[in-house]
Design a binder for this molecule. Structure first.
Ligand SMILES: Nc1ncnc2c1ncn2[C@@H]1O[C@H](COP(=O)(O)OP(=O)(O)O)[C@@H](O)[C@H]1O
Ligand SMILES: [Mg+2]
Length: 389
């Protein structure tokens, strides 16, 4: 939080005692650049009295350009009138006496507050809102959760920061499919009584792996989740992540409707069997009635095997939508689900994984999701992801 540069150990200790919060002590300015590079969130730099005014001013001038949010506080044995204007011109926030620890403490606190505000303003100015993708079918057991978890992992491997939200309130299985034991779930939403800021939502999510967090469905049967809270939660998450993937229950419940209203794309999923097709046809009719624009729909045909008596083409014709992706049926899917490791991570070369990764790629481009790692950097990242899983 605060870095102190002071060659004299006794003086450095005196400063350290006055400075609130965690500190790093540097004996000279030589290591400063490397030290700050390692900690981009550092808020304050205290330059001790053993450093010459020239050196201190030089450091402040450089940091004003390179790290404008970082506040420089200058500590002097004597604060004379000549120092103040020079220091201020160089961008030093405050000059305080070594014999006034209370003033030093206050100066550091003020510098930290300014740094936090500047960093937050910077982040919100830069932050492009993420996209929301809802995975939906009008029937259970067709692979929504398998697709949602694997799609989320595949999007994270493309470099996006992803939050998977399990809106299958009564039968959520995403935590299981990702081997997570969440401390908190959507059942804890009510505790925040509508004050759902970034830190509240961060405390409810569970990190699965770098770039992939999960907001799980309640674990215990009968838990209630207020429908009205879901819309604001999804809006807030879009501001925090590059991609929000929503898994649903398999019916047009109020939770799914909240997600539809905020979806940039709707991924409909069905399998190659008549009951699934019938339900999907009904879903398509309902979505038309609800006026969800068809250009926001994508169709994933799961368990798309030849010789089951129903072809992908027949499904496309019946629904009037072209399939965006077909995912083959495989025993390995069940093995990965039972192991709790997404197939795209454990076996990226698997035909089902390849299908989902290509879908992730396409959706990422369709919605222009922010945060995508450029092609070259990504190869390394995906490689790491696979090993980590
Ligand atoms: N392509 C596939 N090949 C083989 N089994 C699959 C495939 N897709 C899903 N499954 C299996 O079907 C079951 C239901 O999948 P799930 O994702 O839980 O469906 P939903 O979320 O729609 O209820 C799971 O046991 C899963 O392993
Ligand atoms: Mg499910």
């Amino acid at each position: 939080m605060t870095t102190i540069i002071e060659p004299d150990q006794d003086v450095a200790e005196k400063i350290r005692q006055a400075v609130p919060g965690a500190v790093s002590l540097l004996g000279s300015a030589d290591r400063l650049a490397g030290h700050l590079d390692k900690d981009p969130a550092e808020q304050t730099l205290v330059v001790g009295p053993s450093m010459s005014v020239e050196d201190a001013v030089g450091i402040a001038e450089r940091l004003r350009v390179e790290r404008p949010a970082l506040g420089v506080v200058l500590v002097r044995t004597v604060v004379d009138r000549d120092i103040l204007p020079r220091a201020m011109r160089a961008g030093v926030r405050e000059v305080v006496s070594i014999d006034d620890p209370a003033a030093l403490s206050h100066a550091v606190r003020r510098a930290q507050a300014v740094a936090r505000a500047m960093i937050a303003a910077d982040e919100s100015a830069e932050r492009v809102p993420g996209g929301l993708l809802t995975v939906f079918s009008a029937k259970g057991g067709v692979g929504k959760s398998f697709l949602s978890t694997n799609l989320s992992a595949a999007l994270a491997d493309l470099g996006h920061r992803v939050c998977l939200v399990d809106l299958d309130i009564e039968g959520g299985s995403d935590s299981l499919m990702l081997s997570l034991t969440p401390q908190h779930t959507l059942a804890d939403l009510h505790r925040f009584r509508g004050n759902l800021d970034t830190s509240a939502l961060e405390s409810l999510t569970t990190v699965h792996s770098p770039g992939l967090s999960v907001l799980p469905a309640p674990i215990h049967l009968g838990a209630t989740v207020e429908v009205a809270a879901i819309g604001p939660v999804l809006d807030q998450l879009k501001g925090m992540y590059d991609a929000v993937v929503v898994d649903t229950s398999g019916s047009f419940d109020d939770y799914a409707l909240q997600a539809f209203d905020r979806s940039d794309l709707l991924v409909l999923i069905g399998t190659l069997d008549m009951p699934s097709l019938k339900n999907l046809k009904l879903a398509v009719g309902t979505l038309d009635l609800l006026n969800y624009p068809r250009d926001l729909w994508r169709l994933a045909v799961n368990r798309a095997d030849p010789r089951v008596g129903l072809s992908v083409e027949e499904v496309e014709q019946t629904l009037g939508i072209a399939a965006t992706v077909t995912i083959p049926s495989s025993r390995d899917v069940l093995v990965s689900v039972n192991r709790g490791v997404p197939l795209v991570r454990s076996n990226g070369g698997h035909p089902a994984s390849k299908a989902i990764v290509s879908l992730a790629n396409q959706l990422s481009l369709d919605v222009a999701l922010p945060g995508r790692t450029p092609e070259r950097g990504r190869l390394r990242r995906v490689g790491r992801g696979r090993k980590a899983a």
